[in-house]
Design a protein. Sequence first.
Length: 139
Amino acid sequence: MYTDAELAETVAALQDPNPSERAAMLKALWAWPSQDDRLLLHLEELLEDTAACVFGTPPRFGEIRWLAAQVIFAEFKARQRKDRVRLEDAVKPLNRDELTALAARAGIDSDASLSGLLSAFAHLQKLGQLPTATLELRL
């Protein structure tokens, strides 16, 4: 369980206007679930966050809400809760080559930098050109 100060710091990061900051906190929570019930409401709010982000090694490009679903599931799993997490029309995370190919097919110029690829992701997202699926996670 977090102290009040740790909780406030975590929530502030999850509400940061910069998607990279939100993603960084989500990645940390995915690896090390907080097991603090007070955080779940803040995580659930992010299930609507479609901002582009990057995570993983090698890098994958996706939406904040996909990461949030993974974190909520990790929280449930850490507590051995049988709850499920379901996310409709979630953009499937893409690797660099998949994203570059989709951007080229759509006529979107993008450089190979992370910021360039995130920009291409966001542009494809606005055009509805990213593959989606229902994400369902359960024990």
